[in-house]
Design a protein around this ligand. Sequence first.
Ligand code: OSB
Ligand code: MG
Length: 384
Amino acid sequence: MRITEATFTPLRLTLARPLKTAKGTYTTREGFIVRLTDEDGHVGQGEAMPLPEFGTEPLATTHQVLRDWLGALKGQSLDDSIEGIEATLAPSPGDASRSLGAKIRPLEPEEHVPAAQHGLELALLDLLAQRKGVPLCWLLAEEARPEVLVNALLSAEAPEELAQEAKDAVAEGFQTLKLKVAGRTLDADEARVRAVRAAVGPGVRLRLDANGGWSEPEANRALDRLGWYELELVEQPTPAEDLQALWRVQRRAPCIIAADETLASPAAVRALLTMDLGGGPVVGAVVLKPMVLGGLLPSMVVALRAARLGMHAYVTSSLDGVVARAGAAHLASALPSGELASGLAVGRLFADEPRDHPYKPERGLLRLHDVPGLGLTPELTGVP
Ligand SMILES: O=C(O)CCC(=O)c1ccccc1C(=O)O
Ligand SMILES: [Mg+2]
């Protein structure tokens, strides 16, 4: 494919109400939409929405890197293949397959710019899938599922409000609910978890996300008390860097422990996928955030290695816009297992979510349509 136009446009998202996590409160998100045009007039779209507290580069770096890469890419050709895309994005020299790609980046393998990489990779994948006339997920797996289970992320603070939000989500058809915990007293968290479980009854899957906000003893105490409320899993109970603590917490936990913030560092991802502390994998599941892992292809690699080690994997956005969530949905549909719901139902939390687009969950499911690429026109993204 020959890239005739390569542009990027700012994208700013506002949450309808602040989302409190153990590590801070989100009110707005800022990033860029990437658009690539090929010689046949197809337009591929990607999104770069950095989250520096999750290990991505800061927004100013995303801006600078996209400007350089897209400036270099314009007018160049790359092979119509996944290998062509990988070679274009590869930081390391000396790879024979590099000739398949376009030359866009100075060869500095230590440079860690996952959000910019995600934005460009997604635009190239969208373009490639459109050129081949297939949904993007078909490029990632032969047996991509047409539907992806998604969880509702509850954002209220007070137990009574949370209970109502949980009931509404279940009435809408969600069968998995997620609740932020930690950064409050355990009594307060127990009241919130109890209110949700009481509101929805048994059977509905309930997952918690501590965002690394508990020490190991606090996590054990919390799981001893909260395990009673029938938990599906708990994301990142303890700090990101301490894999041994995660391993120990998983060993005595009443549910799956999922590593999330841990995957923000490439060194920790390697350790998680290679370390043998005995008795199976470090944790029961990994959370794949494509924006943090540098794209759908690196995320797929982590998922396949995790599956081989006996770990579940599921996908979440990092509170991204429609384009990144669309890419993440295609990744989720291509994972080895679709058992655990993906965190891709956050559109309802944004004040400025585009009104109509094909990635709105219905009855707790995202349906992927048989259309080329992501199937998102520039108008549908809400960005001119
Ligand atoms: O999983 C979801 O439903 C939404 C994703 C989410 O919670 C999140 C969003 C932004 C940053 C971090 C996280 C997280 O999972 O920890
Ligand atoms: Mg999390």
